[in-house]
Design a protein around this ligand. Structure first.
Ligand code: O7M
Length: 464
């Protein structure tokens, strides 16, 4: 479902006219400017055409633009499935649907779309005044969109704050936005808020010169993207914040402030305790965050098996391989080690549970990195396991960004050993993000606790 690649434009025409003559004229005139055409299920009949005819004609007139059916399907799974099948058989490239009726109903649509290699766009909020898409509903719809990997979501192009929140949580899903022009939305502001494609109806359909109007819109869209790139460049690289994981972390008090002694013997003003992430929901967030981090950084081809070091790494590695399979269809093996060697079996069986094979490149998944000492122990353990395998990559949930006991950066030290390190969260990013932020009614990091974190980092942090 990549119409951006197909055409060098980010404009979708809502061909909202009951008369075919005008539609035919406008599509012909704007064909160079539009990536897709969106119509309603009633349009073909109003135009005296079948669905198939309408799709064929629109494609021909537009030079093969995508044709999206704005069916706003909102039925139960069985009925959604029947409708989707009927529409995809008619040739539509994608269908728009609601999600408030529940995940299984959307899943049914996505499954049919996958069979046809077509797309589903999920409405996460609407451009109409007085809509009932509250923030919590929007969040749940985004969870559905993310989990089912829909082709994209619809968010209003006339409510920038809401769309910018949707953009922040949409995890790379493309955003199509109506509500521009006739409904008061400004295309530049919509793009800056996170819209990827502008859906425009009346402004083009009723324009005296649709070609001029669509060209003007396209120029505005391009200028807004240039402005966005420039802003991004000025701001520098932004930390990646996984909202679902942060919510789990706050809900479960996985980050605590006080006086602690770490495994390395070092005193700390705060403690990250992955053991508190103890519910299905929290582990789901953790697994998905590891999987997303590995995929986003292009690392999934760099390892064969995932090792969870005993004890805390074991569930993390298990949920990582599960999430990799569930979300991305990537199947990896999973192993873990024993703290107390078994008395029987060969060297490997005494130390490792699972299938560690000769030649395996091992990804070590663990909760925290402080000095890197535990990671070096694991590297040794695999080296002496009797199997010619090696840890080549380490993924940690939380990087404390501290120097090791010799004052060196443990990440760099591991890299010297040929082991790459990736972290899902960095302490600084998390603390900056959480400082005085209300996450579902709870502020975990206030000015005082933030100051205690800073003090700790001033003493032990890796110097930039
Ligand atoms: O540009 P307009 O206002 O003339 O047309 C906007 C089109 O987008 C029109 O076809 C609406 O039915 C549709 N739309 C919205 O206006 N607001 C929404 O929140 C959602 C849609 C929609 O689903 O389009 C994807």
């Amino acid at each position: 479902m990549d119409f951006a690649k197909q055409k060098n434009t980010r404009l979708i025409l809502a061909a909202d006219d009951v008369g075919w003559r005008n539609v035919e004229r406008v599509v012909r005139e704007t064909r160079g400017q539009i990536a897709a055409i969106k119509i309603h299920p009633e349009h073909p009949q109003l135009w005296g055409l079948t669905h198939r005819d309408a799709v064929d004609r629109l494609k021909k007139l537009s030079g093969d633009a995508f044709v999206i059916l704005d069916a706003k399907l909102a039925d139960i799974d069985k009925s959604n499935e029947m409708k989707a099948r009927y529409y995809f058989e008619s040739g539509y490239d994608a269908i728009i649907c609601h999600g408030f009726q529940g995940k299984p109903a959307v899943k049914a649509l996505v499954e049919v779309a996958n069979q046809f290699k077509r797309g589903v766009f999920l409405l996460t909020a609407m451009s109409s005044e007085g809509h009932l898409f509250s923030e919590s509903v929007v969040e749940r719809l985004l969870e559905t969109a993310d989990e089912l990997q829909v082709a994209g979501v619809i968010a209003p192009g006339n409510q920038y704050e809401l769309t910018s929140k949707i953009h922040a949580k949409a995890k790379g899903l493309i955003i199509l936005s109506p509500g521009i022009g006739a409904q008061g939305g400004d295309v530049t502001q919509a793009i800056l808020a996170g819209t990827d494609f502008a859906i425009v109806g009346r402004s083009i359909m009723s324009a005296e010169n649709p070609m001029e109007e669509s060209k003007k819109l396209m120029e505005q869209i391009n200028a807004a993207f240039t402005q966005k790139t420039e802003l991004k460049r000025k701001r520098g690289p932004q930390p990646h914040i996984d909202a679902r994981l942060i919510e789990a972390l706050v809900a479960k008090d996985a980050l605590r402030f006080g006086e602690f002694t770490l495994k390395s013997g070092r005193k700390s003003t705060y403690f990250f305790n992955s053991g508190n992430l103890d519910s299905g929901r929290a582990l789901y967030a953790v697994g998905m965050a590891f999987a997303d981090t590995l995929v986003r950084n292009g690392l999934v081809d760099k390892f064969d098996v995932v090792l969870g070091p005993a004890y805390k790494g074991i569930p993390l590695a298990a949920c990582t391989v599960q999430a990799l399979y569930d979300k991305y269809g990537i199947e990896k093996r999973f192993i873990f080690d024993r703290k107390e060697a078994k008395l029987h079996g060969d060297v490997k069986d005494k130390l490792i549970v699972g299938n560690l094979k000769d030649g395996d490149r091992v990804l070590l998944v663990d909760d925290v990195i402080t000095t890197g000492g535990t990671k070096v122990e694991a590297i040794e353990k695999i080296k002496t396991s009797g199997v010619s395998a090696a840890i080549t990559l380490v993924a940690v949930l939380f990087n404390r960004q501290e120097a090791d006991l010799q004052g060196n950066d443990p990440v760099k030290e591991l890299e010297k050993l040929g082991v790459g390190v990736i972290s899902v969260m960095n302490a600084r990013d998390v603390m900056d993000y959480l400082r005085n932020r209300d996450v579902k009614g709870k502020v975990l990091v206030n000015d005082a606790t933030y100051a205690s974190f800073k003090k700790h980092l001033d003493e032990y942090g890796v110097k930039a």
